[in-house]
Design a protein around this ligand. Structure first.
Ligand SMILES: O=C(O)CCC(=O)C(=O)O
Ligand SMILES: [Fe+2]
Length: 360
């Protein structure tokens, strides 16, 4: 049994009512032709990634109409009868090539850096989650990414073509942000992050957290999604207005309050490693929405409402070695998650497989 990392111990830290004060970064300013304006925004972005590993992005390239439409599709999908969703069932397997399709409540279970099968089995009982997800990779025909499990068009007409559009929009924003991050890091070749992610093997999770009693969440007996860090490079997280997402700032978990029109962006393990701990792959979780609890009429025996989120996980090409970027040799504040009592030199695919192996 390996030692439990720092991250794991913190996974049970308390939650604060005070929201995380991460900044809203204006995408248009990141692209501004005036160096002065760009510089201020770059500095804010860098500071936020050093502190939280998270930031809000406003004024970005994906229209709010399209985001709203994505959430409507998500609801339509999860509302389908079980027999239909079962046509694209995610197998009970943690192999990368099986990480596709509908994972019913109870199948997927997130834990943080626990690589021992017996321990994970125990955590499934002691820290259950309540969620359904639809997992998918690149929806376009390609030879790099394992094929998706796709519903026949008749079961949800229009969904498959929307998925392609959504994928393209997320990929475009991701690539643009990777280029910006290369500039913020002042890499000699600021396209390095994009080059390492040339193969379009990123991943989208559509998450649905069904309504449930609030008590197990407020008693800290259960989470909608357990505390974890993301595996990859830069994650784009679209959340609805329900709330409950929390980020760990090194002391405690703080609410990441939903802000309409923004996408939450966060650093994953690979980017933390590549920046040598300058940027943080932060623990985050989904707990009870604080907004609900502070209402005057809050009744502890009540339920929390359905919650939806859509997450685009940026992932480096499978064979890319995940190691410090040239120019990032100096250690940052955070000890990268990807340094441990395993072989330190790892490809993106090896890390992904290690993190995914016991999740399903
Ligand atoms: O649902 C959320 O807001 C968080 C999702 C998340 O962190 C994940 O799927 O990795
Ligand atoms: Fe996450």
């Amino acid at each position: 049994m390996g030692s439990l990392g720092d991250h794991h111990r913190k996974a049970f830290d308390k939650s604060s009512d005070v929201p995380a004060d991460m900044p809203i970064i204006n995408y248009a300013k990141l692209l501004d032709s005036s160096r002065g304006k760009r510089k201020d925004e770059f500095e804010k972005l860098d500071k936020s990634l050093r502190t939280y590993g998270f930031f809000y992005l406003s004024d970005h390239s994906i229209s709010q109409d399209l985001v709203d439409e994505a959430f409507r599709w998500s609801k339509r999908f999860f509302d389908l009868p079980v027999e239909i969703k079962e046509k694209v069932a995610h197998p009970a397997s943690g192999a990368i090539e099986d990480h596709r399709g509908w994972a019913q409540d109870g199948l997927g279970h997130v834990s943080q850096l626990v690589f021992d099968a017996d321990q994970v089995k125990q955590l499934r009982v002691t820290s259950p989650e309540c969620k359904e997800t639809l997992e998918m990779g690149n929806p376009h025909p390609n030879s790099f990414s394992p094929p998706n499990r796709t519903l026949p068009d008749d079961d949800l007409p229009g969904f498959n073509s929307f998925v392609e559009q959504w994928w393209d929009e997320c990929t475009r924003l991701e690539r643009s942000l990777l280029h910006i991050l290369g500039q913020v890091l002042q890499l000699e070749d600021d396209t390095l992050l994009c080059q390492l992610q040339s193969k379009d093997v990123c991943h989208i999770s559509w998450a649905f957290y069904p309504s449930m009693p609030i008590a197990p969440l407020t008693n800290n007996m259960q989470r909608r999604l357990n505390a974890h860090t993301d595996f990859g490079s830069l994650t784009l997280l679209f959340q609805d207005m329900v709330g409950g997402l929390e980020v760990h700032d090194g002391n405690d978990f703080k609410p990441v309050v939903p802000k309409r029109g923004t996408v939450v962006c966060n650093v994953g393990d690979m980017l933390e490693r590549q920046t040598n701990g300058r940027w943080k792959s932060a623990l985050h979780q989904v707990a009870a929405p604080k907004e609900v609890m502070i209402q005057k009429s809050f009744e502890p025996n009540k339920s929390v409402v359905d919650r939806y989120s859509i997450i685009y996980f940026g992932l480096a090409d499978p064979e890319a070695m995940i190691e410090s970027f040239p120019g990032c040799e100096e250690s940052g504040k955070w000890k990268p998650t990807m340094v441990g009592d395993w072989d330190e030199r790892m490809t993106s695919a090896q890390w992904l497989q290690k993190r995914l192996a016991l999740e399903y």
